[in-house]
Write a protein that binds this ligand. Structure first.
Ligand SMILES: Nc1nc2c(c(=O)[nH]1)N[C@H]1C(S)=C(S)[C@@H](COP(=O)(O)OP(=O)(O)OC[C@H]3O[C@@H](n4cnc5c(N)ncnc54)[C@H](O)[C@@H]3O)O[C@H]1N2
Ligand code: MOO
Length: 397
């Protein structure tokens, strides 16, 4: 893979840090080049992927003539002599309608041979084994193959697998789908972290493990596992090389402290580093690297910084891997409803609530606090040296 390393040294502040917009571009470029292989997955695992191939009807739909109403299947002119009953799922028992005959029928039940229409109960009168009413020819029957013909292409390759797509695929007879759905594992590092109970006295509740699955799903990828790790160098190296997923996210090991081993481990693995530091606040200690088809993303440990970094590198990367649109995009540029100071060298990501024609900073968005992000629906993107005017918005999941 031929991707240049850091061209952002001129951005000042943190040597080698890449400007925020350029970091996102690099993540997209790496994702597009890496791609993700098509995998055959059972329907229950395919949600959020994109179709690797066109979806075709394995059978015509409906697969048989069926009643669309509870009532009477009839043939010919009325009144009709009632000759039997047909429930949904019941065997057909060789039922066949002659002209002037009716069969009591449930919605979805196979219409007997000869059926010309179905007369709903509410339009029928039944007396002494005879059915009367006004039956409209062809009405209230789902005719075999009228929705899709056998072999017909119903969706194009590249379509996102939504809940409706899964239901449709099942209706068409598919047990699984070929999809592009990047797989992700998350390694949360830190000896001070606990996954339950009350924080305090040097113990911090892991906030990133609970936050990331939703971000990963939003970007159309599958989270294989979240693994808690101590701060040891060896553990991290072993975990990175044995993860077995397309992308490995490491949280809380990206800065310059004695326990921040990610950079060193990536060096030992001879991984190619694509982004090492991003000129943004919060979230500047971020890493993007790859080796042998696996992409590594380093997120800062401070939870709001980790969320910013995941929207900066991880989401664009994953979306580009499967070729789907980035869900952070699409909000119109807007003005800010309160004074915000820009930084000289860094892009600021400010938690805001989006109103009509403006966005209101909600506060509480320091690097260690998710309170602002939890109140917000977007981050306002305040470029270095910004002196007022409209800003871009980055949608939050
Ligand atoms: N000498 C420097 N020190 C620091 C820098 C720097 O540039 N030079 N950057 C600061 C910034 S900004 C950030 S952000 C952090 C990033 O550090 P790490 O990614 O190595 O993360 P840690 O040091 O392990 O933790 C930082 C902070 O976040 C808490 N944390 C960690 N993981 C979690 C988690 N899963 N859930 C909740 N909270 C977590 C941790 O307890 C620390 O309080 O580095 C600064 N330092
Ligand atoms: O910028 Mo750090 O990433 O402030 O939290």
């Amino acid at each position: 893979m031929d991707i240049p390393v850091a061209d952002g040294a001129a951005c000042g502040g943190h040597g080698g840090a890449v400007p925020w917009a350029r970091a996102r571009e690099r993540a997209r470029e790496l994702g597009a080049r890496s791609g993700t292989p098509a995998r055959d997955l059972p329907l229950g695992r395919a949600l959020g992927g994109v179709l690797a191939d066109d979806l075709r009807a394995l059978v015509g739909l409906p697969a048989f003539d069926a009643s669309a109403m509870d009532g009477f299947a009839v043939a010919g002119e009325g009144p009709w002599r009632l000759v039997g009953a047909q429930l949904a799922g019941a065997p057909v028992a060789g039922l066949s309608l002659g002209r002037g005959e009716a069969v009591e029928i449930a919605t979805g039940a196979r219409a007997p041979k000869g059926t010309e229409s179905v007369l709903p109960y509410e339009h029928a009168e039944v007396e002494d084994g005879w059915v009367r009413g006004e039956a409209l020819p062809g009405r209230h029957v789902r005719w075999s193959g009228e929705e899709s013909a056998p072999g017909e292409r119903v969706l194009e390759a590249g379509t996102e697998v939504t809940p409706a797509v899964l239901g449709l695929a099942a209706s068409l007879g598919h047990d699984g789908l070929g999809v592009r759905l990047p797989t992700v594992s998350v390694l949360v590092t830190g000896d001070e972290l606990a996954t339950n109970g009350l924080p305090g006295d040097g113990v911090v509740r892991d906030a990133i493990g609970p936050l990331l699955p939703g971000v990963v799903a939003w970007a159309g990828a599958h989270l294989d596992r979240v693994r808690m790790l101590g701060d040891g160098f060896g553990d991290l190296g072993e975990a990175l090389t044995t993860a077995g997923t397309d992308v490995v996210v490491v949280c809380g090991s990206s800065s310059k402290g004695p326990a921040d081993h990610l950079r060193g481990v990536l060096r030992e693995l001879d991984a190619e580093v694509v982004v090492d530091g991003v000129a943004c606040r919060p979230g500047h200690p971020q890493l993007l690297a790859h080796r042998d088809g696996t992409v590594f993303v380093g997120l800062p440990g401070n939870p709001n910084a980790a969320l910013v970094a995941s929207l900066t590198l991880l989401v664009p990367l994953l979306c580009a891997m499967s070729g789907r649109p980035d869900p952070t995009a699409g909000l119109a540029r807007t003005t800010l409803g309160a004074d915000v100071r820009s930084r000289p060298d860094d892009t600021r990501l400010v938690a805001v609530r989006v109103g009509e024609g403006y966005a209101e900073p909600v506060g509480h968005d320091r690097p260690g606090s998710l309170r602002g992000a939890a109140l917000a629906d977007a981050y306002a993107v305040v470029p270095p040296g910004w002196a007022g005017g409209e800003v871009d918005l980055l949608r939050l999941p």
